[in-house]
Ligand binder design. Sequence first.
Ligand SMILES: Cc1ncc(C[n+]2csc(CCOP(=O)(O)OP(=O)(O)O)c2C)c(N)n1
Ligand SMILES: [Mg+2]
Length: 786
Amino acid sequence: MELTTTQLAELDATFRAANYLSVAQLYLRENALLRAPLEARQIKARLLGHWGTVPGINLVYAHLSRLIRDSGQRTLLVVGTGHGAPGVLANLYMEGTLGAVYPRFTPDLDGLTRFVREFSWPGGLPSHLTALTPGTLHEGGELGYSLGHAFGAALDTPELLVACIVGDGEAETGPLAAGWQSINFLNPATDGAVLPILHLNGYKLSGPSVLARLAPEELQAYFAGLGYTAREVGGDDPARVHVDFAEALKWATWSIHERQHEARSGRFPDRPNWPMLILRTPKGWTDPKTLDGKPLEGTFHSHQVPIEDPARNPEHLRVLEQWMRSYRPEELFDANGRPTALVTAVYPAPALRLGRAPEANGGSIWRPLTMPDFIERGVEVPTPGGATIENTKVVGQFVRDVFVANAAERTFRVFCPDETASNRLQAVFETTGRAWMLPTVATDEFLSRTGRVMEVLSEHCCQGWLEGYLLSGRHGLFACYEAFLGIVDSMMAQYAKWTKMASETEWRLPVASLNYLVTSHVWEQDHNGYSHQGPSFINLMLTKKPSISRVYLPPDANCALSVVDHCLRSRSYINLIVASKKPMPQWLTPEAARRHCDAGAAEWEWASTDDGRPDVVLAAAGDVPTREVMAAAWLLHRRTPDLRLRVVNVVDLFALQSRRDHPHGLSDDRFVELFGVDTPVVFAFHGYPNVIHELLHHRPNPERFHVRGYVEEGTTTTPFDMTVLNRMSRYHLAIEALHRVGRDERADPFEAALARHRAYIVENDEDMPEVQHWRWSSPEAAATSY
Ligand SMILES: Cc1ncc(C[n+]2csc(CCOP(=O)(O)OP(=O)(O)O)c2C)c(N)n1
Ligand SMILES: [Mg+2]
């Protein structure tokens, strides 16, 4: 059905007003409504922003608003092309949600002038969507993550429609290309819907977009194969496009409701098939057709600021003014500078406006998880070293119980690139499955339409979904092979930026922390070899704000439980937890683990022989480093019983940093209590040694710390050989400790052991029995046992 004249007039007025205000934001410092002829001095000194994508965003915003107004549909808008902020901001201003959080943007000429002027202005609103923008959980500065965020927000929110504008350039990115597959993990009965709107304006920054140059039938076929029925709306006549888009949006929402209704009445489709829209309009739509005789509208020249120098070029000033007046602002804003009733007619009641979507301010709907008691679920450790278990297996059992405890709320999910079982977290499958909407065969395992484990072999999708899920108020855990978490380095960096800005934005409430559980880590990738060995994510964590960044290296299963428990309760952090999936010696009882994790770093007195005056400190951060440090201490207790040795274990990496630099830093006094002032410290570290050196920068005499860690030596070899190749083995640590106290002459047996090791593994393809079967026993037992 065609739109009525009034409906069309409303949509057209909103569209023109938003376009007008967008251009005004890019260019004007005053005379915001052009109530006087435009003068060069009214142009901003620096023209910072993007226009090309804006008209499409404005069209979608107006139509979605109308849809919500007429149907009450709860809707969240994700704008992939965050550089189109002027369009979103114009709408937020006009619908009143911008002024609600920033009262200086009043709905009058003063407020409007301020709004226009403060765009891309020092102290004003940034040129892209950011955490400062109400109604959004997506920044869109670094392109590619819109679909991931949209699907993450839709999970477990059955009433929500997430409309997601995808740039056609953005669609060329890996994360976005993978993101289309999210549809196969979205349950029409229990999740909300995502409506992708591909914004096919033909160009990216300076070149054409691939999808725009496909034949229409190829484009249809591409999306059909992905599980979408795509409906295309195109043209450059706004009136025609309004009519067609309104119709297409109606079809899409009808189609979504149809699918949801079917699934919710128990008739589940064999294969996901969802609607999507393709909006094919010119880049820079409605800007001047030409500039200086060259085409402008519909070319990549419209991407940023189409007319670059109106302040210096009078002809360009004239073209700009003509362009702005083509929207007829005098019809759109009343005498007081307020948008007219016709302009604002499409916007729904305040609570339903796009700028007010609670999912975009997830902290406002966040509820804590119900946490099972981790102490009760801990491993029994009769004596230190007296139990052996896979640390992640125990974590998996705990996470299973988190699922159980929160089954009714449905606010917790695990995200993983196809490795839940490989990472030994498979206990979760005792209570939930892997989300999967495609057909299954008899030999599949744990696939379920209602599964809460999101497994897709795309770290980008895992990260994007989790971010969307967290930012819309829920909880999650991303379990990943350590080396491949680096694939989302940049996404994490962007998320850290978002988190920082969100924490500085008063009206944004804190959301659950982003929790990474990395396993299959560098020291247990002896079987997969060099490509799988990479602990650099820790380095990246060090570059993030101390208010956000947390790194935990639990030495055993009970510490891992304590850390996971803490992280799942926490908010606003990015927590990196590194834990082994291989059988590992267990050191602490659950209660002792809790105390150790609370302290962050502590001496293990029961392993030390220093009488308060250590000759040397052996310190470890990480489970394999802890095992090697303990074995080195054990060897030294037996070979050099008079050596006063202190064993220190660090579980919270930032405990090492000065409290002036990180809130988790040990106080100066406590640090000296543990490490002394000039005592040599041999430090075995899970990751790259430079991390420890950097953290110790403000600590007394940092040069006395001799750090062993991963130094890019590795291959397919035995597990223990990984520590040998990287010179972090128990023998290397013992040799280093002796060297630091001037007793190199005692190192011969350890050098000999290293030589034996090399010969033995080459001959036998496994580690020496004395390594494989080594068990900790106390210093007191040393006299009799060696
Ligand atoms: C990952 C990433 N690479 C490069 C850029 C730089 N960049 C900003 S906008 C843009 C073009 C985007 O094209 P498209 O998605 O089609 O957006 P639109 O045409 O709607 O402006 C590029 C390459 C970026 N922001 N993010
Ligand atoms: Mg484009």
